[in-house]
Design a protein around this ligand. Structure first.
Ligand code: AMP
Length: 393
């Protein structure tokens, strides 16, 4: 009988969800899904058994991450073929100076524990997920894939924040995020057009979290997110860059605490804050004809994105390829068109028919800049990284 192919389990723990996938070697998706709304009413485990298949919801009561992780591991364990899983890969949002995916060891875990104050919203949960798996499957090797790693080689001038120098020594600098997605997008671009991947590229990861990276010869030169993932572009509920003077102003006039400010700029701002109705581009596109604030929110999102493209073209000394990706970048012709409007001076021009179809290349043949839509796949990138680190065949 043919031996079952080795599989990799990928885990992507967010603040209220855990996404997972099982890939066979050869990059075939065997199983995928997520536990959503952890700690809230209606939390469930939804599972898909094939790409594009309808998810099957399984109700459970995950009142916190630990219970959700335990439930997920029990369920996975009970699935036929779970013994084919030979390794686990985790998305770790903040990796500070780690510049490559790494096998989880006691030393790495101790290091991550030391870093939790730099990302208290994600790192403790991610560490807990790694530890839950170690407890249940102590022999299973685990690999940490850092969202910051892609940007670790950025030049000093992109990393420095203009604060008193002593804070740089304490690790306060631009890290940038979405690195797993950017690594995947660059691998795809290399496969599609190796010469373009060596050129001047702007990657636009536009999902609920949104950021851009300026990439030349495959290396990140700059990125819009900074010390935290709140900064840079306008996002679904995050403000992106703001005037730092607001902190003192709001503390005086509204008695706003640092905690409340943090809540506001992460959860109540961006598209949701400006529109006052929704954080979702689909809702806002549907309502902008009758709701001026929905239109203003979308305009602000696109205007800021265009400004970042302009500034990154300056960083790169010109532009050869612009890549749109993630929920908004892959699915919204309207937003892509509105962002690219006015970028003709850079050589960006969109073919409306191809843009409307979310085609892989949406620029005019005559345009100097090739504009692409590439579907990102962070789960697959994690599985690939695990296979590389552990030399799985
Ligand atoms: P992500 O974080 O990558 O899953 O992106 C989620 C966001 O993508 C949603 O909140 C929507 O704003 C946006 N989105 C998803 N599908 C569409 C679509 N068909 N048209 C416009 N926006 C979309």
């Amino acid at each position: 009988m043919k031996a079952a192919p080795p599989c990799v389990l990928t885990i992507n723990g967010g603040s209220s969800s855990i996404r997972f996938a099982v890939y066979e070697s050869g990059e075939k998706l065997r199983l995928g899904g997520m536990i959503g709304r952890i700690g809230l009413k209606g939390t469930n485990l939804s599972v898909t058994h094939a790409p594009g298949a309808r998810p099957v919801p399984l109700p459970h009561a995950a009142t916190n991450h630990r219970k959700a992780a335990d439930f997920l591991l029990e369920w996975l364990n009970s699935q036929p073929g779970f013994s084919d899983v030979k390794a686990v890969g985790h998305r770790v949002v903040q990796g500070m100076n780690h510049s490559e995916p790494e096998r989880v060891t006691r030393k790495l875990l101790a290091d991550l524990r030391r870093l939790t104050s730099y990302d208290p919203d994600h790192l403790p949960l991610e560490i807990e997920l790694i530890e839950s798996i170690s407890r249940k499957h102590p022999k299973l090797p685990q690999v940490a894939c850092f969202d910051t790693a892609f940007h670790r080689g950025m030049p000093m001038v992109a990393k420095l924040l203009p604060l008193p120098r002593r804070y740089f020594a304490k690790g306060i600098e631009r890290y940038g995020f979405h690195g797993i997605s950017y690594t995947f997008l660059m691998e795809e671009l290399r496969r599609l057009d190796p010469a373009a991947a060596q050129g001047r590229v702007i990657l636009a990861h536009l999902g609920n979290g949104a950021s851009m990276a300026a990439v030349r010869r495959g290396k990140s030169l700059d990125t819009s997110m900074g010390f935290t993932s709140t900064s840079g572009l306008v996002m679904s509920t995050r403000s992106g860059d703001l005037d730092p003077g607001l902190v003192y102003f709001l503390s005086r006039t509204e008695k706003m605490t640092a905690k409340k400010f943090q809540q506001m700029v992460n959860h109540d701002s961006g598209l949701l804050g400006v529109s006052g109705t929704s954080s979702d581009v689909r809702d806002l596109s549907a309502s902008e004809a009758t709701d001026a604030r929905a239109g203003e929110a979308l305009d602000l999102f696109c205007y800021q994105a265009r400004k970042w493209i302009g500034s990154f073209a300056a960083v790169l000394g010109g532009l050869d390829t612009l890549v749109f990706s993630a929920g908004i970048g892959e699915n919204s012709p309207l937003i892509r068109q509105r962002i690219c409007q006015g970028l003709g001076f850079l050589g960006v021009s969109i073919n409306d028919a191809r843009n409307a179809k979310n085609a892989p290349v949406i620029s005019l043949h005559s345009g100097r800049v090739k504009v692409r839509v590439i579907r990102t796949n962070e789960e697959l990138m994690i599985a690939r990284s695990v296979a590389r680190v552990l030399h799985l065949s």
